[in-house]
Design a protein around this ligand. Sequence first.
Ligand SMILES: CC(C)(COP(=O)(O)OP(=O)(O)OC[C@H]1O[C@@H](n2cnc3c(N)ncnc32)[C@H](O)[C@@H]1OP(=O)(O)O)[C@@H](O)C(=O)NCCC(=O)NCCS
Length: 154
Amino acid sequence: MIQGKWFAPGENLSEEILPLRAEIFGTRDAARQDFLGWNALIYEDGHPAASGRIWWEDGAFRLGDIGVKPDFRGRRLGDLTLRLLLFKAQSHAAKEVRLCCPESVSGFFARLGFVPESTPENGLVEMLLTGDSISLDSCANCAKADCPNRKGIL
Ligand SMILES: CC(C)(COP(=O)(O)OP(=O)(O)OC[C@H]1O[C@@H](n2cnc3c(N)ncnc32)[C@H](O)[C@@H]1OP(=O)(O)O)[C@@H](O)C(=O)NCCC(=O)NCCS
């Protein structure tokens, strides 16, 4: 079973979020941004499997430390984490959502409309998604013409 949990600014991250991040990113320290924003944690069958953070800074919502534990990758948990964070941004009427990621994962964010804003520097690229481009409709590009859920819409 897949479950999600939000951690509000100032909540204790040391029991679940930080150990998970250590497995994904190799660092166990809380980030300055953890005290400003919200962290989403995804469990698969009770095991912490994926997490990500959203915070407000310099006129935009920013996403960071989005990651899935290696054993759990390729099961759409990264996609779910990103969509949860974008839902949070959208429900706060975000005008801009920004993130910085390794160039090698920019395609993961481009799937949901993020565009590169800079040329890669040290392998990192700044990505931008405007608020009016947030689309959480996971059926939008589905080719299944006879889906009962889409009848009457297409
Ligand atoms: C990037 C990451 C979060 C993806 O998580 P995941 O759970 O394996 O990805 P999902 O199963 O949700 O994949 C969803 C889609 O994204 C695609 N995708 C996954 N990783 C991708 C990548 N590096 N580049 C392009 N597309 C990617 C998948 O092929 C899938 O495509 P589909 O919709 O056509 O089927 C995960 O690989 C990870 O934790 N990487 C290390 C941490 C990291 O670099 N995070 C970014 C820093 S902000």
